[in-house]
Unconditional design. Structure first.
Ligand code: 0PR
Length: 376
């Protein structure tokens, strides 16, 4: 830091200069984030100073967080779920495993393990590290869903949790949560569903998938308002079926306005919680359904267009995420980047990965298909 500050004009011009270096979402097909809805941005700005780390000072903000939790719970089959607005899928996943780990540790269990599918997000590698827990990876079936036979083989008496994914990061696939829920109930194991990406999509698809609290075996769910929920960053959400699991995370906070805190972080953005509340109130299920409907229409259009130039999807898209089998995919991805696109490449099987977020428009898909044709 310099001794003397800069002028307002200098800062503004510096900000504009740096902003120009950032890539606008318009040609980004690699991200699960998008422009927040205007109402979310408005609410966020209004509550910038609000800190949910000390909610007694911000009772209005806290009321909106509670209502957001109730709305999201209801969307996921349980309006009486317990949880909070987190910083995103990573914190939500950590806290789910943290809660069941604490419960089992109190019961005296050691050398615990959890089982995730091979498609699990890398936040589970962080969980293995931070919580000192073994993370076992179950194999996939042909459609890249968790193979339940592999899951059953991996379960032993140290398995404290099974994780199913509703909307995988790389392929947008949905694990057979109903079957996993039955296994979890039968073996009395905690089931966490990572719906960070899929939570605001799956309820609005034409095809119906069972993946939420309506299944008795589901104990907790991660769902991210800052992905398909159109909220501002950082906004994730962790929900537990039972309050007792949330309580496993509580630490006492002697000098705050509340006696205890369950979040991983201390000072916590009230702004993004309020943004989440506002956008869900504003859009309603109808508005969210419309957004998902349009993303799915463009997803199908992209797949049809790709097929016309001889490129097939790895799986028939389940959600608004397309993976295309193209030869020399890294080269193709680089060439597309040369044309201004931002795309990503999956690990196994290797494919071109395109996320059709709400910032993607029909014109974008058409342009992209032209460029893809050129490049291959
Ligand atoms: N669970 C799933 C299924 C996810 O897809 C992700 C993130 C997470 C958990 C973790 O969520 P947070 O990143 O909110 O903690 N999936 C994207 C990914 O890693 C996130 C992302 C978003 C990546 C925008 C790039 C990007 O530009 O691919």
């Amino acid at each position: 830091m310099e001794e003397r500050g800069m002028s307002r004009e200098e800062i503004e011009s510096l900000l504009h200069e740096k902003k120009r270096k950032d890539i606008a979402y318009d040609k980004i097909l690699s991200s699960m984030c998008t422009y927040p809805h205007e109402i979310a941005a408005y609410a966020h700005r209004m509550f910038l100073e609000s800190n949910l780390g000390d909610p007694g000072l911000f009772p209005g903000t806290k009321e909106m967080e509670d209502e957001a939790i109730r709305m999201i719970g209801a969307l996921l089959g349980n309006e009486h779920a317990y949880g909070y607005i987190s910083t995103g899928g990573t914190e939500s996943n950590i806290q789910a495993i943290h809660a069941i780990r604490n419960r089992k540790r109190r019961e005296g269990l050691k050398d615990m393990n959890i089982i995730v599918p091979e498609t699990a997000h890398f936040s589970f590698d962080k969980i293995a590290d931070i919580l000192s827990i073994e993370v076992r990876k179950a194999a996939l079936d042909e459609e890249l869903r968790m193979d339940v036979n592999s899951l059953e083989e991996l379960i032993d008496d140290k398995t404290i949790c099974v994780v199913g994914i509703a909307g995988t990061t790389e392929f947008g696939q949905i694990d057979p949560i109903k079957k996993i829920s039955e296994i979890a109930l039968e073996k009395n194991i905690f089931l966490h569903v990572d719906a960070a990406f899929g939570g605001f999509v799956i309820p609005f698809l034409d095809e119906k998938y069972e993946f939420d609290f309506s299944l008795d075996g589901v104990s907790s769910i991660s769902i991210d308002p800052h992905k398909m929920g159109m909220s501002t960053i950082p906004a994730g959400c962790i929900l537990f079926r039972e309050e007792s699991y949330l309580n496993e995370l509580a630490v006492s906070t002697p000098y705050l306005t509340t006696k205890e805190q369950c979040s991983l972080i201390g000072t916590r953005s009230g702004a993004s919680a309020v943004a989440t509340f506002s956008v869900l109130k504003y859009l309603g299920r109808e508005g969210l359904r419309e957004i998902v409907g349009e993303c799915m229409r463009l997803t199908r259009m992209l797949v049809r267009g790709a097929r016309k130039i001889g490129i097939s999807p790895v799986i028939e898209p389940v959600m608004n995420l397309v993976t295309l089998s193209v030869e020399e995919v890294e080269k193709v991805a680089n060439a597309l980047e040369g044309k201004g696109w931002r795309v990503s490449v999956t690990r196994v099987p290797k494919a071109l990965r395109l996320v059709i977020m709400p910032h993607v428009k029909e014109e974008t898909v058409k342009k992209f298909l032209e460029d893809l044709k050129d490049v291959v």
